[in-house]
Design a protein around this ligand. Structure first.
Ligand code: G6P
Length: 617
């Protein structure tokens, strides 16, 4: 939530800041703003709505300074308005601050500062920060860089409660930005006579591949030539630079109309790279994990904890791990897990899935389990992300940067990696036969080509055609049983997120316990049928909705067992193991949501009210 960018160097800061904001817009797009250090003042320009408004309507090209900070906002405290937009200045206009996160004790701090004579011009929690910095800067009376400016920032952070990634400009220090993070992401890219700051790596990947990933409560003073790191007590320390392998073009649209479409089409590659070289001689290898047969046998419970799409990937894995490994698996929504006092012992393994690795609830849920003695395993798409730094062990999907807010390739890569993990556990535990595991291995290896088959022109036409027929609807239902129910939840989420059509996913057998009351003529019901054993049962449930006038879309690989002419639309997908069928069946649903959103003329990459990385509770 909220994206921040910074630049210190010899070039004009504004185009770099705007470019970074455009790349970070997926983190929030309620308003955008920049602050640039001009000769004798800090110049702030902001506007509501998209970065484009800031860029086109505020004469930002006039700014010539070479040091600046910028922000794109996902509103929490205070409505989207100019005065609530970042950067925020202190009353003296000496300090400018951008902030991602939430200051939980801002009311109390605001009251304190008001008593000291400070005035507030916004409803944000952030505005206390520049004023506190100003307060401590003058209270300490030191005007040097470390003992003055930095100390004012560290003193401020000592009284802040909540989460933050902050950039600070001080009018008295040209070519300098101070940054700090706590529970919100921030990275620094090292250039030649210039340095860059951003909320995530792809935003500034085109400028440098050498990154510093800031830790919680770590401060940095960034100047044109140098970057110095400090703790909260002003002790300086060394930090290793990390080279990032991602290709800068991976964060471009590459000729596709939208990132989402590009990312849907990148799925064969994402799956291939996630499988990588893990299979060798019919053994699935996770050399980075230290698990032994004894440890896995000692487990009484595995929790899989995540939010949104990542949680849906966990549901698919539960089915597989329970069947292959005979260990009970519970899938939890992170925001629930962290407050429900889950039963955690040293015989519990907690797996956390997060594409970004920065989701606040997932990180908090991980910290909780770790404190209670469980081993924690993170699955993320971002190397060095917060969750991977907190967890005991980490493994990665290799989907490349995912920019569209609605997750697509991250989901299929997560399901793939979890399937590999399931095989790895089952091998160690010897709870499944070698034959069964090699059938599953072959199914996984075939997935990249099978996904490419689902993405063929002919299917795209079918799905575009369905979208044209149903895009004006108000409500839709997704039905499935077993693993098809798990993927129905993801299909329904995709549709809601980008088309704004109300949709619900139901276990097909549960339909008659309530939701069938909503089925009437014209309502579209999308069903997934990929498990032969369950096909006749789901077919009966579809019949029940047809009888009540529903329009039906069926996604299946079980053509032999259904009457293809009985439904309004049928989309076929290749046959595969039912453990991994969601990796194929989700794709028509991703595309259908995409085409429906396009028919409605919506911005598929940046759906209203949503953000890609939810770094607040
Ligand atoms: C947001 C995104 C979703 C994502 C969820 C979890 O809601 O819009 O696409 O699934 O966060 O994100 P994570 O990065 O933890 O997987």
């Amino acid at each position: 939530m909220c994206g921040i960018v910074g630049y210190v160097g010899e070039k004009k800061a504004t185009p770099i800041l705007i470019n970074g904001l455009l790349r970070l817009e997926y983190r929030g797009y309620d308003s955008a703003g920049i602050a640039v250090l001009e000769k004798d003042h800090i110049d702030v320009r902001k506007d509501i709505g998209r970065v484009k408004n800031l860029q086109e309507n505020n004469h930002v090209e006039e700014l010539s300074g070479t040091t600046g900070i910028a922000h794109t906002r996902w509103a929490t405290h205070g409505k989207p308005s100019k005065e609530n937009s970042h950067p925020h200045l202190d009353n003296s206009k000496n300090f400018a601050v951008v902030h991602n996160g939430i200051i939980e004790n801002y009311s109390e701090l605001r009251e304190f500062l008001t008593k000291q004579g400070y005035t507030f011009y916004s409803q944000t929690d952030t505005e206390v920060i520049p004023n506190l910095i100003h307060y401590y800067y003058h209270k300490n009376g030191d005007t040097s860089l470390v003992n003055g400016f930095l100390r004012a920032v560290t003193d401020t952070c000592k009284v802040l409660k909540g989460s933050y990634a902050i950039e600070v400009l001080n009018k008295d220090f040209p070519n300098t930005v101070i940054v700090v993070r706590k529970d919100s992401p921030l990275v620094i890219a090292k250039g030649d006579k210039e340095n860059y700051i951003a909320s995530d790596i792809p935003a500034i990947l085109s400028y440098s591949k050498d990154f510093y990933l800031l830790e919680d409560n770590e401060f940095a003073i960034i100047t044109t030539d140098e970057i110095h790191f400090y703790d909260a007590d002003l002790h300086e320390h060394e930090k290793h630079v990390k080279s990032i392998e991602w290709d800068a073009s991976a964060s471009e649209k590459d000729g596709y109309e939208d990132y989402m479409l590009k990312e849907i089409f990148e799925q064969p590659k994402a799956i291939r790279e996630t499988i990588g070289t893990r299979f060798q001689d019919y053994i699935c290898r996770f050399e980075e994990l230290p698990f032994t047969k004894e440890y896995l046998q000692s487990l009484t419970q595995i929790y899989i904890v995540a939010c949104g799409t990542a949680m849906h990937a966990g549901l698919v894995a539960k089915n597989m791990i329970e069947k292959l490994c005979h260990i009970p698996v519970t899938v939890d929504i992170a925001s629930e897990f962290r407050y429900r006092n889950p039963l955690i012992t040293s015989h519990t393994l907690c797996i956390y899935i997060s594409q970004s690795g920065e989701t606040a609830d997932t990180i908090a849920a991980l910290k909780l389990a770790k404190a209670q003695g469980a081993k924690t395993l993170a699955i993320s798409n971002v190397i060095g992300s917060s969750i991977t730094r907190e967890a005991d062990y980490s493994i990665y999907t290799h989907a490349g940067p995912e920019i569209a807010v609605a997750s697509t390739k991250a989901y299929t890569a997560q399901v793939t990696l979890l399937s590999l993990l399931g095989i790895y556990f089952a091998q160690l535990l010897e709870t499944s036969t070698k034959e069964d595991l090699s059938v599953l291995q072959n199914a996984i290896l075939a997935l990249p080509n099978q996904i490419a088959e689902v993405l063929k022109e002919e299917n795209l036409h079918i799905l575009q055609n369905i979208a044209k027929k149903i895009y004006q609807e108000k409500d839709m239902f997704f039905l499935g049983r077993g693993v098809d129910y798990c993927v129905a939840l993801e299909g329904s989420l995709k549709l809601k997120e980008i088309s704004y059509i109300h949709s619900e996913a139901y276990a097909a057998g549960e339909l008659k316990h309530g939701p069938i009351a909503l089925i009437e003529s014209g309502v579209t019901v999308i069903s997934i049928l990929t498990d032969k054993a369950l096909t006749p049962k789901t077919v009966s449930n579809i019949q029940e909705v047809i009888t009540r006038g529903a329009k039906t879309v069926v996604i299946t690989n079980d053509e032999e067992n259904i009457d293809m002419n009985h439904y309004d639309f049928v989309v076929t997908i290749p046959k595969t193991s039912s453990y991994v069928s969601p990796i194929l069946s989700v794709i028509p649903m991703q595309l259908l949501s995409y085409y429906i959103a396009k028919e409605k003329g919506l911005d598929v990459d940046k759906p209203r009210n949503l953000a890609k990385s939810v770094t607040v509770e």
